[in-house]
Design a protein around this ligand. Structure first.
Ligand SMILES: Nc1ncnc2c1ncn2[C@@H]1O[C@H](COP(=O)(O)OP(=O)(O)OP(=O)(O)O)[C@@H](O)[C@H]1O
Length: 248
């Protein structure tokens, strides 16, 4: 069954230009889906719609069988528990004035989730490969990769069903990028992942399915393996042609 159903969604920041044009997409529960396209193709905009930060100009997004109702604060509170995000820049995404406990427990506080917060935060830190004894430390004491792990811990602490990652490894150096991709792959075994990237190589390593966006339209979607072996659309072939050959 689909966890997310994007049905004929269009969106424009201004009236005269659509940034997303008739996008339809089904995301199965448990899938890891890579959303790929060149800069400006509308990937982040689609993610903002999936997060409920913006409303479609036309069409509908359904989550777990119900319409994503951004107008209802009660609905959105529950939605935020189920859908969390990780962004590109691990330096600007963490509040420098808060320690790790404050940062990672933020969703638990803002969503009013009961329980032993330090214990839940420690469990989240362990699941992203960090030591549980860093609760009192501050972001400036960590490397970029460690900060991204802290951001991922914050995203998973409330046990969401869907994790949205927007260029979440692009700002990291190569070896750190590989380790964070491995971590996301591990986490994707227990949740649904939508991973936005312009980097087909990373998407191929991480995602079983790919969706290719060109100028706000989906030009091709399907199993990663199949699309890498036999891309149907010229734009997919162009994107594939611009990355170094990947081992089979
Ligand atoms: N807040 C905004 N106001 C007006 N136009 C915007 C806004 N945000 C994005 N756009 C425009 O919408 C289009 C799609 O942008 P979007 O950020 O969704 O693309 P993207 O595929 O994520 O690109 P990138 O890989 O560079 O992040 C672009 O033409 C962009 O200039």
């Amino acid at each position: 069954m689909s966890l997310v159903s994007v049905q004929n969604v269009s969106f424009g920041y201004s009236r005269d230009r659509l940034v997303l044009d008739g996008v339809s997409l089904e995301i199965r529960s448990g899938a890891s889906v890579g959303l790929v396209g060149e800069s400006g193709s509308g990937k982040t905009t689609l993610l903002r719609l999936l997060l409920g930060l913006t409303r479609p100009s036309a069409g509908e997004i359904r989550f777990d069988g119900a319409t994503l109702d951004t107008r209802s604060s009660r609905y959105m509170r529950d939605y935020r528990r189920q859908v969390q995000a990780v962004f590109q820049d691990p330096y600007s995404s963490l509040d420098p004035r808060q320690n790790v406990l404050g940062i990672v427990s933020e969703p638990l506080r803002s969503l009013g989730i009961p329980g032993d917060r330090p214990a839940l935060v420690e469990a989240a830190l362990v699941s992203v490969g960090l030591e549980p004894d860093i609760l009192g430390r501050y972001p400036h004491e960590f490397s970029g990769g460690q900060r991204q792990r802290i951001a991922i811990a914050r995203a998973i602490v409330a046990k969401p069903k869907l994790l949205l990652a927007d260029e979440a490894v692009s700002a990291l150096d190569l070896s750190t990028r590989i380790r964070i991709v491995e971590l996301l792959k591990q986490l994707a075994a227990d949740m649904t992942l939508v991973f936005v990237s312009h980097d087909l190589g990373v998407v191929a390593a991480l995602c079983d399915e790919m969706v290719i966006l060109e100028k706000g339209r989906i030009v091709e979607a399907g199993a990663t393996r199949k699309m890498l072996a036999d891309p149907q659309h010229p734009y997919t072939r162009k994107l594939l042609g611009s990355v170094p050959r990947m081992p089979a």
